[in-house]
Design a protein around this ligand. Structure first.
Ligand code: SAH
Ligand code: MG
Length: 195
């Protein structure tokens, strides 16, 4: 893996205000990956591929990442980035809306990273639960959404997003097959381990 290129891509993404994974969030996930060595990862929301490229370093041997991005420009850039960083063999990109693509997948994953449209988190969870292996983990980024989710914040154009993030938290907390922790890293990270 070409770490120098990866660093350049990170800087460019930050400059362009692309919401890439924050350093402390990444640290939590990488620590988990070092312990567990997942073989199959599903990521929902690629952007320019930064998080997927970071994860690819900690995959098990022959491991692979599937990642989904609906913005064609970003997807094209992600593909170029995978080549620059020399990880294109480890990452498979689906271009399209995850709401349409997820139901067509019939794979089993050891780890799912949800990081796309916040209003769709409950749907993404349903699809993640259908495909996650026993002892797998589902991470959901931006789950506290600038603190709105756990406050009494209610009126704003982001209301639907907040409502759906709350719904996500309710579902993972009430699911007897999951053990969930909410971490205050980055914009909030939900970590749900499958029992
Ligand atoms: N995981 C990336 C950041 C993703 S930002 C990283 O940390 O580097 C969120 C991305 O999700 C955006 O690029 C957006 O275009 C994409 N997205 C939002 N809703 C989506 C959907 N329904 N299907 C596929 N991609 C979606
Ligand atoms: Mg995010």
């Amino acid at each position: 893996m070409n770490k120098k290129e990866l660093e350049k891509i990170k800087e460019k993404a930050l400059k362009e205000h692309i919401p890439i994974i924050m350093d402390d969030t990444l640290e939590v996930i990488e620590k988990y990956m070092k312990e567990v060595k997942p073989k199959r990862i599903l990521e929902i929301g690629t952007a320019v591929g930064y998080s997927a490229m970071c994860f690819s370093e900690f995959l098990d041997i022959d491991g692979k990442i599937d990642t989904i991005e609906r913005d064609e420009e970003r997807a094209t850039e992600a593909k170029e980035n995978f080549k620059k960083v020399e990880v294109e063999e480890k990452i498979n990109l689906y271009v399209g809306d995850a709401v349409e693509i997820l139901p067509t997948l019939n794979e089993k994953y050891d780890m799912v990273f949800i990081d796309a449209a916040k209003g769709k988190y409950p749907f993404f969870l349903k699809e993640a639960l259908r495909m996650i292996n026993n002892n797998g983990v589902i991470f959901a980024d931006n789950i506290l959404y600038k603190g709105y989710v756990l406050s009494d914040y209610n009126k704003h154009k982001q209301r639907t997003a907040v409502r759906n993030l709350r719904e996500y938290l309710k579902e993972v907390s009430e699911n007897p097959n999951l053990e969930t922790e909410i971490l205050e890293v980055g914009d909030g990270l939900a970590v749900s381990k499958v029992k």
